[in-house]
Design a protein around this ligand. Sequence first.
Ligand SMILES: C[S@@+](CC[C@H](N)C(=O)[O-])C[C@H]1O[C@@H](n2cnc3c(N)ncnc32)[C@H](O)[C@@H]1O
Length: 159
Amino acid sequence: MIVEYSPIGVVHSPFLEREGTPIQPSRSNGASGTVEVFPEFVEGLSDLDGFSHIILLCHLHRSTGWRLKVVPFLDTEPRGLFATRAPCRPNPIGLSVVNLLAVEGNVLAIENVDLLDGTPVLDIKPYVGEFDDRTNVRTGWLEAARTRRKRRADDRFSG
Ligand SMILES: C[S@@+](CC[C@H](N)C(=O)[O-])C[C@H]1O[C@@H](n2cnc3c(N)ncnc32)[C@H](O)[C@@H]1O
């Protein structure tokens, strides 16, 4: 089965190259950007302004190929792809929780961006603590790696 989606919008961000882009929103130092939602979907933005954070599901359009073992940005050991958030995936879908600053017409002002300029947006959902927060969380290999200070991507997934 082939699954086809069409973007509902596009990210505008200060980041033009994979290398040097924040590795996650939580390590983005408040980098700001916008989501331009295409006109036919604007009605769906009503009531979104009541939310402080949104989940962006994006097509990581500049990913080049995929592999099932990767050395993640926050580690030095190969890990199974699906135990990581690496961008080189069979279906290169990105999930970014960003701050929503304002909704102005078809433009969402956002903060803590980790996406390249021009990234196609597949869907937008409100971040809801009751639905999305968890307690007693285990984070596998990241337990040891989370003290690493790395914030920006290097070229390991740019080949
Ligand atoms: C580690 S991924 C995480 C993306 C998302 N927060 C997630 O967890 O799915 C973030 C990195 O992917 C790369 N990236 C961002 N936008 C991209 C795009 N449109 N195409 C390919 N790579 C992208 C950048 O190097 C960035 O540092």
